[in-house]
Write a protein that binds this ligand. Structure first.
Ligand code: GLU
Length: 306
């Protein structure tokens, strides 16, 4: 691989100069108050080298990226069978908050990265760990992966709890199909709290290294098994960016997870994890600059998973 740091710097400089298109998420009110000019990149290699650019220490709302840690935590202790009978592993081809398929497919969400699927994985954490311990377990999982204590932004969690009507509808619809076990109010509180975890691109790159490094963190501790990581990365590749997943596979060629806070994380298995943050989003809820950066990076390196 060509000199990674130089390639990142060149692409960062180029994308920094581009005019920012896109809109900030507005359905969770505090997210639209964020300065649209933030731009940060962090990359960490499996050898432990790190490169950071721009506003990489500034914390942002990871939103849907938390679904990755929820799934990973869940896979670390529940049986595959009990998980995959309640949620699928196929791309939805629909918006992250769509209700249409859910009704037709009898309350079984297509995958764990759309909102309905993450509500099911969150429900499983809640029923297995209990109300008091579930959120702390997600935070502890991030700590074990990254070595960094992270926190929930309570203002953002509360705002989503007050405005997340579509997510509530999904939870009740799935409950009517007996695919939600907990109280919807408890489930929604936990869901909004993990979506409101605040991290910098630096924290997030360190936490996601396990997905590039066969399940091991920077210290070499095994947080997940290689076979679990293989499966998580496959689902990220096909489902990590909702109805933008095909376009991203075409343009970037890496497993990616996006969030409406403007964060994007990409995994190059056995090489590196890279995180980008820029708040303006395209119509699918993916960071415009984040995507541009990742596309140019794999093009510049001449390598991807394909
Ligand atoms: N908390 C957000 C929601 O449920 C997450 C969506 C995202 O980041 O894509 O609407």
């Amino acid at each position: 691989m060509k000199d990674l740091k130089k390639a990142c710097q060149r692409v960062f400089d180029r994308v920094s100069k581009e005019k920012i298109r896109g809109e900030l998420a507005s359905y969770i009110p505090p997210l639209k108050k964020v300065d649209r000019n933030y731009f940060a990149v962090s990359l960490i290699t499996v050898e432990g080298e790190e490169f950071h650019f721009g506003d990489y220490q500034e914390r942002f709302s990871i939103q849907s990226i938390s679904k990755l840690f929820v799934l990973a935590k869940l896979m670390s202790f529940v049986k595959d069978k009990s998980l995959w009978k309640r949620v699928g592993r196929e791309p939805s081809g629909m918006a992250f908050n769509s209700l249409v398929q859910l009704e037709m497919e009898k309350g079984i969400p297509r995958n764990p990265f759309i909102n309905s699927g993450a509500l099911v994985t969150t429900d499983m954490l809640l029923t297995n760990l209990g109300k008091e311990r579930a959120l702390q377990n997600i935070l502890d999982f991030i700590f074990a992966s990254s070595g960094k204590h992270v926190r929930v932004n309570k203002e953002i969690a509360k705002a989503e709890q007050q405005t997340g009507f579509r997510n509530l509808s999904m939870a009740y619809l799935m409950k009517s199909f007996c695919n939600i076990e907990s109280e919807v109010s408890d489930l929604f509180e936990l869901y909004c709290n993990h979506c409101a975890i605040s991290m910098s691109t630096q924290d997030l790159a360190r936490a996601s290294l396990i997905f590039a490094n066969g399940g091991k963190n920077l210290k070499g501790d095994a947080i997940l098994l290689p076979r679990q990581v293989k499966r998580i990365n496959s689902i990220l590749q096909t489902c990590g960016a909702y109805d933008d997943a095909g376009e991203i596979a075409y343009r970037v060629g890496l497993p990616v997870k996006s969030g409406v806070g403007g964060g994007v994380l990409a995994i190059f298995p056995r090489r590196f994890a890279v995180t980008v943050w820029s708040p303006p989003l395209n119509e699918h809820g993916t960071s415009v600059k984040g995507m541009k950066f990742l596309e140019l990076l794999t093009t510049e390196l001449g390598e991807s998973v394909f």
